[in-house]
Design a protein around this ligand. Structure first.
Ligand code: COI
Length: 355
């Protein structure tokens, strides 16, 4: 049998053995790591390209101390969720979009990337092998985390000689400790997330540690997170640490355009498409920070975050609060998106993939 067949058989065995749910308190799920049974590993070397990978028991991985990813941050990650439907079927949301984004990021980071088919198939195998960890309907989702890393040894600064594509998963609930409650965000003035010509637009691991300083300081002051401004004019909205941002005024929905410093969020893209479908005017453009001051609504989007309403922003010491009623646009978009993701509404866009 080929190693792919072997991996499939292992996954099928895992399904048979673990037909029931894992021992998790599904009512207490937060966005924290709960290790599952299996991870998928596929290696790439100059001669072999991406070989057929395999499922392995979840656990630590061995890396050379001089691996490109450890020394020079040559790595990308993705995130996508699996929901369980009432009929037991599992739904992925637009996984090919994650594959394409990884390919774009790999090009920027001088890395080879798995093909879209390889990406989607291996995500499916990982989910199937861990299916007992997919929360019951309405309790959360299985967050799938693909990584692409420069795993080969390198000392001088250059692309690593070998790469590893790895997928693991964890059941998750709400991202913010606030749960579904509105976020209180601080506009950040001292630190920036991305620069023109840099890597802000791709999902490289090296975009994330640099936000920790500003985020930690803001959290100490009681804020949920920070809003970064553009690093050139210090004027336009960029992103929150882990998600995209939208501003609503008079039913017009605006979000920073993808100019190279903004991450091309798949939830961002989906919300733009749903909002347009609902007849809202959606503008992708530079959004000056002052627009927060008289906005009707502000909300964040991301795979982990989903659609999170913002209850207040603080800008130069001034706190602006937003009314968030049950009829808010963000609530409407949240319901429309999650109904598709969870298989509760007809998927007219053809976004979900059943496994
Ligand atoms: C996601 O939303 O999936 C992300 O990758 C953001 C991460 C910081 C949790």
């Amino acid at each position: 049998a080929t190693s792919l067949q072997h991996a499939c058989e292992t996954a099928t065995d895992a399904n048979r053995v673990y037909a029931d749910y894992a021992n998790v308190n599904w009512d207490e799920l937060a966005f924290g790591l709960i290790p599952t049974d299996y991870m998928y590993i596929m290696n790439y070397s100059q001669d072999e390209k991406f070989s057929q990978g395999e499922l392995h028991r979840y656990g630590n991985v061995e890396l050379s101390p001089s691996a490109g990813v450890l020394n020079y941050g040559q790595g990308l990650f993705e995130g996508l969720k699996t929901y369980r439907k009432e009929d037991g079927r599992l739904l992925l949301f637009r996984p090919e979009q994650n594959a394409l984004r990884m390919q774009m990021g790999a090009e920027r980071m001088c890395m080879p990337a798995p093909s879209t088919d390889q990406f989607v198939n291996t995500v499916k195998q990982t989910v199937l092998a861990n299916r007992r960890w997919v929360p019951p309907p309405g309790k959360g989702s299985l967050y799938v985390r693909p990584l692409l890393i420069g795993s080969g040894p390198i000392l001088g600064l250059a692309p690593a000689p070998e790469y590893t594509f790895l997928i693991y998963a964890s059941p998750v609930g709400n991202y913010f400790k606030e749960g579904m409650a509105p976020l209180n965000l601080l506009v950040e003035h001292d630190y920036h997330r991305a620069t023109p010509g840099g890597t802000g637009g791709v999902k490289t691991i090296s975009n994330y540690a640099p936000v920790l300083k500003a985020q930690t300081l803001a959290k100490k002051k009681g804020y949920s997170d920070v809003i970064f401004l553009d690093s050139v004019n210090k004027r336009n909205l960029e992103e929150v640490s882990s998600c995209n941002i939208f501003v609503v005024k008079d039913s017009v929905i605006s979000t920073p355009s993808l100019d190279g410093t903004i991450l091309a969020g798949i939830t961002r893209k989906s919300i733009i498409e749903i909002a347009s479908e609902y007849g809202y005017q959606v503008e992708e453009r530079p959004v000056p920070v002052e627009e927060l001051l008289d906005a009707d609504e502000v909300f964040c989007t991301g795979t982990a975050v989903v659609v999170a309403p913002v209850g207040s922003i603080t800008y130069h010491g001034k706190k602006v609060e937003y009314e968030i009623g049950g009829k808010s646009i963000s609530r409407q978009l949240y319901s429309a998106l999650t109904s598709i993701q969870m298989g509760l509404a007809e998927d007219k866009m053809g976004w979900t993939v059943v496994i």
